[in-house]
Design a binder for this molecule. Structure first.
Ligand code: FMN
Length: 326
């Protein structure tokens, strides 16, 4: 068993990575169903939460059936970040996660996300303010460092543990790398193998198959792995990894019918959460991923993403079920 403070997770838990515009409640529900052990909201701007921005507030929606679930916040201002952690606490998540890893310019230029990797003292101050502000466990997700010459994750891990974070997820890239190159897990393993480190260390970056998950589990010795992009349009990844760990055998790939059924479930969740019109609109960005690899699907997909009629979309998806893999 892996414990984050008093949250009990199974051995070697599989985490769904926080992903903006992706890991919202409709998507999290399908990931949970297919085996995700711990999930996070999309990141939420602390400034937005404090200003009561509707977009930020909506991201606070969490549901009983998806527990354990963490709310992720970001921000570069101590007061705003700790206040937003308190706001998060009012909706009773299982934990609050701070993002110190986002490489995107609009976040970094405000001193938030990965920008703080250049200022460990600042990172420690921000984190401490949150840990002190709430009674829920506070966790952190970050990268190896700012760039190749400043990979400071080993120091970061020790100092954040010392001020009371309950777990650390590490994406094996620097900020400068953005998403380029391969994630390097060797430093993640070093953090995990540091005898001073007692909190769970979760590895993240490029896990896209059961074989790779097992290889990295064995090679790097982390407490669990966090999966992001490989789950988009393919929430089956969690059960595929678990099945492989348990049996050494690869689970048969989902049929087109199963993929489409999950897309329909995702759409249904989306409508339940946002209402029919918005639910349909927000689902549009997901079809390409669900329908990837299907032969000659483009034309019908274009019809699906331009329709606002639920019945029509369902009929089109039904037609896709009869199509073939490329
Ligand atoms: C579309 C997208 C949105 C993301 N949004 C967030 C976010 O809100 N918070 C965060 O900590 N990381 C975010 N990330 C980074 C992922 O959580 C993860 O660290 C990264 O994708 C590497 O993992 P992967 O190789 O399994 O995808 C995002 C990644 C993607 C692709």
């Amino acid at each position: 068993m892996v414990k984050i403070a008093n949250i009990e997770l199974p051995d070697f838990p599989l985490l769904l990575a926080p992903m903006e515009d992706v890991s919202d409640p409709p998507f999290r529900a399908v990931c949970k169903k297919h085996g995700a052990d711990l999930m996070y909201t999309e990141f939420i701007s602390s400034e937005g939460l404090i200003r009561d921005a509707i977009k930020s507030r909506q991201k606070l929606d969490i549901f009983e059936e998806e527990r354990p679930v963490g709310i992720q916040i970001f921000g570069g201002d101590e007061e705003a970040l700790s206040l937003s952690a308190k706001i998060c606490e009012t909706v009773n998540p299982d934990l609050i996660d701070i993002n110190f890893g986002c490489p995107v310019k609009k976040v970094v230029c405000k001193g938030a996300g990965a920008a703080i990797l250049k200022d460990i003292d600042g990172m420690v101050r921000l984190t401490k303010a949150c840990v002190n502000a709430v009674s829920k466990p506070v966790t952190v997700k970050t990268r190896l460092g700012w760039d190749e010459s400043s990979k400071n994750i080993e120091e970061v891990a020790e100092r954040l543990q010392d001020i009371g974070i309950a777990a650390l997820s590490i994406h094996g890239r620097t900020r400068a790398q953005m998403y380029k190159g391969d994630a390097d897990w060797t430093l993640i393993a070093k953090v995990k193998n540091n005898p001073r480190i007692t909190i769970p260390i979760f590895g993240n970056g490029d896990i896209d198959s059961p074989q790779k998950a097992l290889e990295y589990k064995n090679r790097y010795g982390v407490d669990g792995i966090m999966i992001g992009r490989a789950a988009i349009g393919h929430p089956f990844i969690f059960e595929e990894v678990k099945h492989y760990f348990a049996t050494g055998e690869i689970l048969a790939a989902p049929s087109i019918e199963q993929k489409v059924d999950v897309a329909i479930e995702h759409l249904t969740n989306s409508i339940k959460w946002k209402g029919e019109k918005l639910g349909i609109l927000e689902m549009r960005r997901h079809y390409s991923n669900y329908l990837k690899g299907i032969s000659h699907v483009k034309e019908i997909k274009n019809k699906i993403v331009s329709s606002l009629e639920l019945q029509e979309i369902l009929e089109l998806l039904d037609v896709v079920k009869g199509m073939e893999l490329a």
